[in-house]
Design a protein around this ligand. Structure first.
Ligand code: CMX
Length: 397
């Protein structure tokens, strides 16, 4: 899908122009980045689903200096996001255009980009871009947790943040055997213009340390991970988004700490478990099968998690406990009076459509968004539709 990603504006003084947009639209810059290759500093402002990119020249031979000299301040380029920038380059070449670079270049905001000269495009400099996987570096936070039967978790949590620290906060929780980088990062990127986004890798997931081998995963442990992430950034309360198991944990966190959760949004979460669902889920969590049949996936999991095989084994045990918890989870949903957006794709290949419908029916203050889609994975959900829904839901806080 193609969408307008940003409008680039060449400016002499980014601070003066930021003040202008603050006065006109009430928006503030949420990040600034230097793109060495282009000799520019970019300042991003939110503008609905697209962005405004103020371009400041960093050297006399920067294309922005030349532009400012010749034409003065003004709209410099339009950038369109495409699914695959390499394919797009090939396609425009086949159509007879001559891109300014031989291959896509690193651009601002972790994008890969290329330009078409305005002489070829009726006077408008066009950028085509696509997001490279977000590569945020987490902060490592020392973390200790005392669970049942004196089982302790000692180690650290990986917590991430994006966006302007003075923006409204938002906590994001990933799914079972996932991580921030694997799952919630693309949504973080879409929401960072509007929020101070905090995300955490649950214990044993992603870059967070693994618990000792005999320590089980529990909802209380994951809810405590969420608390620790908010504490680390001194966030008293926040809206919380959770994907799949992260959705269940968001609900659980809201039950344990109602004063810390302003609003909730859960995507592809299920609180109604039976043995068939446990089997389906645990088939996906079979490390031996993945290693034998999908070595590429095994390598990716190995790179993403501290100890993916231990994670998968511990998660399988956790999933087996869920049918016995179902009645409690449903009863708790009945009493959870937090405004909640329940979303899911309509043909989720793991959970039936009844999962979001049940949650929507049971939660006293819920709205429902069924989006077209075939896959459970958050990366396959229509994020261009989901992100604005989340933004509007959370900004009502
Ligand atoms: N929009 C419309 N017209 C433009 C233009 C722009 N952004 N930049 C230049 N032009 C016009 C000039 O006015 C001039 O027109 P005339 O011949 O009618 O006078 C013509 O194009 C040639 O101008 P030039 O100053 O000689 O510029 P060049 O051809 O040397 O370079 C361009 C123009 C687009 C190739 C160069 O600016 C470029 O490489 N841009 C891409 C890199 C860039 O802009 N990076 C910053 C963005 C960072 C990011 O988003 O990550």
């Amino acid at each position: 899908m193609i969408s307008l990603e940003h409008v680039g504006i060449a400016v002499d003084d980014p601070e003066a122009v930021s003040r202008l947009y603050e006065t006109l639209l009430g928006v503030l810059p949420y990040k600034a980045e230097t793109v060495e290759a282009q000799k520019v500093r970019t300042h991003f402002l939110p503008a609905g689903t697209a962005k405004i990119e103020l371009l400041e020249a960093l050297a006399p031979d920067s294309p922005i200096s030349k532009y400012l000299e010749k034409r003065g301040e003004g709209i410099h380029h339009l950038a369109f996001e495409v699914d695959d920038v390499d394919d797009a380059m090939e396609r425009v070449r086949d159509a007879g255009f001559d891109p300014l670079n031989d291959t896509p270049q690193p651009g601002a905001d972790g994008k890969r980009i290329f330009f078409l000269h305005p002489k070829q495009t009726h006077g408008v400099l066009i950028e085509l871009c696509s997001s490279a996987p977000a590569a945020w570096t987490p902060e490592t936070v020392p973390y200790a947790y005392a669970g049942a039967e004196n089982r302790r978790v000692d180690g650290h949590l990986a917590v991430y943040r994006a966006g302007r620290p003075s923006a409204p906060p938002l906590l994001m929780l990933h799914g079972a055997a996932g991580s921030t980088t694997l799952e919630t990062a693309p949504l973080m990127r879409r929401l960072e213009p509007h929020f101070h986004v905090v995300a955490v890798d649950f214990t044993g997931h992603g870059r967070s340390s693994a618990p000792s081998p005999d320590t089980p995963f529990t909802p209380d442990l994951f809810a405590d991970n969420a608390r620790a992430a908010l504490d680390h950034f001194d966030v008293a309360s926040a809206p919380v988004f959770g994907f799949s198991m992260g959705g269940n944990m968001a609900l659980h966190f809201a039950r344990l700490h109602p004063d810390r959760v302003d609003r909730l949004a859960v995507h592809a979460a299920n609180v109604d478990w039976n043995d068939d669902l446990v089997r389906a889920m645990n088939t996906r969590l079979n490390a031996d099968l993945i290693e034998a049949r999908r070595p590429e996936m095994a390598a990716a999991l190995d790179a993403a998690h501290t100890d993916w095989k231990r994670l998968f084994a511990t998660m399988r045990d956790f999933v087996k406990t869920l049918p016995a918890e179902t009645e409690g989870m449903l009863d708790a949903a009945d009493r959870l009076d937090v405004p909640t957006l329940v979303s899911a794709v309509d043909r989720d290949d793991l959970f039936p459509t009844d999962a979001p419908l049940t949650l929507h029916r049971r939660l006293p203050d819920a709205r429902l968004a069924l989006l077209p889609g075939d896959r459970h994975a958050l990366s396959e959900a229509p994020l261009d539709v989901l992100a604005p829904l989340l933004r509007d839901h959370f900004l009502q806080a």
